[in-house]
Design a protein around this ligand. Structure first.
Ligand code: GRF
Length: 210
């Protein structure tokens, strides 16, 4: 069974969907750590309510970046984490962690990368930019994390239509529903060792039914 660390800063709806699929035995994994920079976010509240171990790391608690990165790494190693899932985490993942956990850190982004990604494209800003561009589709992307924002190898995408009367808010809702579907699908595939690499590109292998 894979050991997962969730990183979240906000509502944590993606985290909650993954958690529900784990406790219903759909995803063969265990959430061993929930990490946040924000001690009072809903994701941390949810983790505590469900007795999941939490760890808070931010500048107030660890002013110096080296101590911050080191303590985070120590916690991940101590929990013997196999997979890190970023689920609305608003901070950059330290380089030591990206390097050590190469191809073991997943992120969900609320647009069809490489469009509307990179520095400055987060939260509602993404949806506002999509609406302003008059694009007729958007969607969600799950990708492995590398050293650049929203840049690593893409594992899965799901498109949603942008209709003429969509606002950033209505688009966010449609995309979030797609996020919940594809993130849990990718995490499940990872935990079942069904992500295969060819020419440095990951792909999900279809599960074989028994
Ligand atoms: C999602 O839109 C995700 O794509 C982005 O942050 C948001 C987090 O939502 N990275 P939630 O906290 O999982 O509800």
């Amino acid at each position: 069974m894979k050991k997962i660390a969730i990183f979240a800063s906000g509502g944590g709806s993606n985290f909650k969907v993954i958690y529900e699929k784990i406790i219903s035995w759909d995803i063969p994994a265990e959430i061993c750590l929930v990490i946040s920079n924000n001690p009072s976010c809903s994701a941390i509240d949810f983790a505590k309510q469900n007795s999941l171990p939490t760890f808070i790391v931010n500048k107030s608690l660890y002013p110096d970046s080296y101590s911050r990165d080191t303590i985070l790494m120590q916690n991940l190693l101590k929990a013997e984490i196999d997979l890190i899932c970023l689920a609305g985490y608003m901070k950059m993942i330290p380089e030591n962690i990206v390097t050590y956990f190469e191809n073991r850190v997943l992120n969900i982004h609320p647009a069809l990368l490489p469009d509307f990604g990179g520095k400055g494209f987060y939260g509602m800003k993404v949806h506002e930019a999509v609406i302003q561009s008059n694009a007729d589709e958007s969607g969600a992307t799950v990708h492995f994390v590398d050293a650049k924002y929203d840049h690593g190898p893409i594992v899965a995408q799901e498109k949603v239509n942008v209709s003429a009367d969509d606002t950033a808010d209505s688009l966010a809702q449609k995309v979030l529903a797609a996020e919940h579907r594809i993130y849990s699908k990718v995490v499940k595939a990872y935990c079942e060792d069904r992500i295969v690499w060819k020419n440095n590109q990951p792909r999900i292998e279809v599960a074989i039914e028994n």
